[in-house]
Design a protein around this ligand. Structure first.
Ligand code: PGA
Length: 249
C-alpha cells in the first residue's frame, strides 16, 4: 500500500498570498509522485479556493463539527467539507484537546459524523511527557481509542486511520524513537483487533506524527512499518516536505 503523508498546516500561513505560494510550489514539485498519497490540510478558509483543487494531492481539513447544519455559530460540517472536495479530516489533534478543551465525547461525535459522510477520518491519539514517564502510555492510548470509537459499527472503520502522536514529540524537535513508534502501532492494531476483529486490526492504517523531518521520516516507514506520517512544522517548508515525499516515492 502507498504511504499516506498528511501535511497539517495548522493555523498557517497567515495570508492567502503566502498560502498560494506554498501551494504552487508543492504543486510543481509533486507532479510525478505516484507511490505516495499526499494530503494537504490547510486552514478552512483556504480550502474553498479552486487553486487548491489539483490532481497531485488530496485535500484534508483539520477539524469538523458533528452536526450537518443549523444554529451552531462558527462551526463547519462534514457535508460542507465534502462538497468542497475534501476527502480527509484530522480529528482529536492534541492541540485541539489541550487548547480548545475538546473531549473524547466530542471527538466520538465528530468521528461518527465524518464516517457517516464517507470522509477518511484521522484520529490523533498520544500521551503527554508526564504520562509517558509514569508508564501510562498504553493506558492512555487504550482509553482515547475506546472513547473515540464508542458505539461505532464495524463496517464504518474502513475509512478510519489512527495517528500516534506523542504530545511530547509534537513541535518539540524530540521525535519518538522508531522502535517506540512501532510498539505503539502494534499495540493499537492489537486493540482494534480485540475491539472489532483481526481483519480490521490488521488493515487499519497507523500513522506517526511528532517532529518528523527529512532525516527521520523514512525510518518510520521502512523500519517501524508505519503506514504514513502526519507532518506539522516541516510541511510548511515545501523543499523539506517534498524531500520526504521523494524519499518514500
Ligand atoms: P510537528 O507536528 O511535525 O510540527 O511536530 C505534528 C502534528 O502536530 O501533527
Amino acid at each position: 500500500m502507498r504511504s499516506l503523508i498528511i501535511a497539517n498546516w495548522k493555523c498557517n500561513p497567515s495570508t492567502f498570498k503566502e498560502a498560494k505560494i506554498l501551494f504552487n510550489s508543492l504543486k510543481k514539485r509533486l507532479k510525478k509522485i505516484r507511490n505516495v498519497e499526499v494530503v494537504i490540510c490547510p486552514p478552512f478558509v483556504y480550502l474553498s479556493s479552486s487553486k487548491f483543487q489539483v490532481l497531485s494531492f488530496k485535500l484534508g481539513a483539520q477539524d469538523v463539527f458533528w452536526e450537518e447544519r443549523g444554529a451552531f455559530t462558527g462551526e463547519i460540517s462534514s457535508k460542507m467539507l465534502k462538497d468542497l472536495g475534501v476527502e480527509y479530516i484530522i480529528l482529536g489533534h492534541s492541540e485541539r484537546r489541550q487548547i480548545l478543551k475538546e473531549t473524547d465525547e466530542m471527538i466520538n461525535k465528530k468521528i461518527k459524523a465524518t464516517l457517516n459522510n464517507k470522509l477518511k477520518s484521522i484520529l490523533c491519539i498520544g500521551e503527554t511527557e508526564e504520562e509517558r514517564k509514569e508508564g501510562k502510555t498504553f493506558e492512555i492510548l487504550k482509553n482515547q481509542i475506546e472513547k473515540a470509537l464508542s458505539n461505532l459499527q464495524t463496517y464504518k472503520l474502513r475509512n478510519l486511520i489512527i495517528a500516534y502522536e506523542p504530545i511530547w514529540a509534537i513541535g518539540s524537535g524530540k521525535p519518538c524513537q522508531v522502535n517506540e513508534a512501532m510498539t505503539a502501532a502494534l499495540f493499537i492494531k492489537k486493540l482494534i483487533s480485540h475491539l472489532y476483529n483481526q481483519k480490521i486490526g490488521r488493515s487499519i492504517r497507523i500513522l506517526y506524527g511528532g517532529s518528523v523531518n527529512s532525516l527521520n521520516a523514512s525510518n518510520y516507514i521502512r523500519e517501524a512499518k508505519m503506514d504514513g506520517l502526519l507532518i506539522g512544522g516541516v510541511s510548511l517548508n515545501s523543499k523539506e516536505f517534498v524531500k520526504i515525499i521523494k524519499q518514500l516515492n
